[in-house]
Design a protein around this ligand. Sequence first.
Ligand code: C2E
Ligand code: CA
Ligand code: CA
Length: 699
Amino acid sequence: MPQGRRQLADMIRRLNTAGVDAVYVDYVFDQATDARTDADLNNALREFSGQAYLVRVLNTDFNGNRVLRGDTPLIADGVDQVALDAWVNYLGYTWYMPYAVEEDGVSLPNLPAQIAGVSGEPGEMFPITYNYELSSIPTYRLSDLMENPLRLRELAGKTVIISNSSERGIQPSNVPGHKAVPPSIISIYAAETLLAGDPHFVTGLPFILAAIAALLLAASIRQRSLRYTAYAVTSITALAAPFISAHFDVRISIAYALSVLLVYGLFRLRASWRENLRMVDSVTGLPTFAALEADRVVADTVPAIIVARIHRFEEVRRTLADELHAAYLQAIAARLKAATQDATIYIGQGHLIAWTMREKEPALLREHLEGLRALFSSPLVVGDQQVDVGITFGIDISPSPNVVRRLAAAVAVAEKTTETFEPIAVADSASQEDLIWNISLQARIDAALTNGEIYLAFQPKIMVQTGEIIGAEALVRWKDPVKGHIPPDNFIRQCETAGRMSQLTRFVLEEACKAGNMFAAEGLNLPIAVNISATLLHERGIVTMVRDVLAESGFEPRRLTLEITETYRISNLDLAADILGELSALGAKISMDDFGVGAASLEALLKLPFSELKIDRMFIAPMTSDPKAHGIVKSVLQMGRDLRIIVVAEGVEDAGTLTLLRDSGCLVAQGFAISRPVTFDKILDFHRSSRIEKLTNIV
Ligand code: C2E
Ligand code: CA
Ligand code: CA
């Protein structure tokens, strides 16, 4: 409307008179009205003695193109122009503005940049700070100024932006704390930001790094409640940081940091969800052993841990239809529950079920569990099938807070129980230590064999009459860097269960033959005895092994004695006889170790081709005090003479026993009274000194 333009021309002239520095007309007159009015406005602008600008607004047209709307040439001709490109986001806020806008290859300064007198490339952005109050920006109504010309004086030396706040179609902007302010206000904030100089603006990266560092720090806190507090503090700080920092004129972009927090949160959620999966048995929906292990209350109150072992579990399960598997376990759990004062029932691998009880008195526990067993003597009904359930129990009542270890101990004893012989067993804490140790031991045997922790000691066998050394038994030794010396009795069983017996035996054979060769090099043609576990006589591999080691070492076969230990464990005497036949055909001597211990000693002696017999120390040690032991030894010695095989007395612990053996006609002896198992060098010393002894005897 021409009237508005006339008023505006009038006002510009008045502002000029009032001594205003610069005037910006933030309004686009794109239509011409009557020519005189428009030319008059043009004149007013051109005659302005300070700086007068027309603001051209960047809009998006219907095709999505960005166009700079300009004024009709009648008004615009010869008047300086600036652009206004405000980046209003979808929430109505403007955080950034460009320094300049480009049109047809020409750079037009953006309104705030022009006010601040700062220049920049088109497209180059600067952030806007809103850290002072809206009310501190003076605004005037055109009509007020017309009515009170005196107020115009306040504007002397100032920069004035004229805009039409009631213009329809102009999208109002927000500033923090205020909604829908006239868009020119944003330009003023932007200009002030530029005038304030280098804005302190923290972009995403340092803030993300800080957020990640804080999260890592929080995650490393062990105590759960403290850790969660740290997470909360981190999140709240991340959210509050922009507001707090704004006070110090520092702007922080939090979007990235928030996404880091969010992603981290999602990962934690997933981890705890998976943890939950591990804690719950998928078939029955009951908690698992992992849940019991993680239970803080159990760790703190240290109740008895009961592990029930379901016998023939797999067999029964296989006879049931798939959909009945869960019902089967649930039926067992339900019956247990009825008798366990509604304790939480935990499901272990397949056939194991655990719960805890406050009662820790073994006698009372046994009584209770006997009752449970009785309860299980009537069959369960699963589907339309009747199922017999055999159940036995392992108990741990040790006072340790280590639930993992206690559960393992209860499981271990439960696994050893039998329905008929020992249906209820209590783990003792000493054997727990062994259990843990043994588990790690199996894994370490291989390494120990190669790194020299396992080596041989030798114990002399002597002629009782002369004291002359006539052989040496190789005994395996293990010196663990942490545990110290581990007695062979302790780890040989482990080697067996871990399937390492062949490796160990081969190692001992090789080392023994090597030592035998070295003795020979020192002028001592000593027979060497190696212990062979009876379990190795279940297959022919041992024959090949002995043949190979003899061939590789070049050790004389007739100087090798194989002491077969634990002969009572031979299950197939015919096969063992074959194998031993082949071994003696190689030239080795076969000795029966530990004679008299275990069942079937005589049967083994009868059927197997032994050329030597070692009376176990169980009979030798008490010989001097126990006439019965003495009698047995004497008759075994007699038996040896009749069978024409050598009898060796092992475990001779004192001189009295040695004398008694000599008087009983024993030819060969071995034991602490003569020498403990010693190193290779000590055997050589022993050999030399016993010779000297002999010489002195003669003299
Ligand atoms: P063993 O074959 O009966 O070996 C003799 C054991 O009695 C050795 O124990 C030896 O130190 C001990 N001993 C010797 N003299 C006396 C004595 O006067 N009094 C007492 N109380 N003990 C005496 P070590 O070395 O602990 O070996 C124990 C068992 O381990 C051996 O009994 C043998 O069955 C087995 N063993 C040792 N080395 C090997 C091996 O290389 N292979 C196999 N398969 N078994 C081995
Ligand atoms: Ca032996
Ligand atoms: Ca023995």
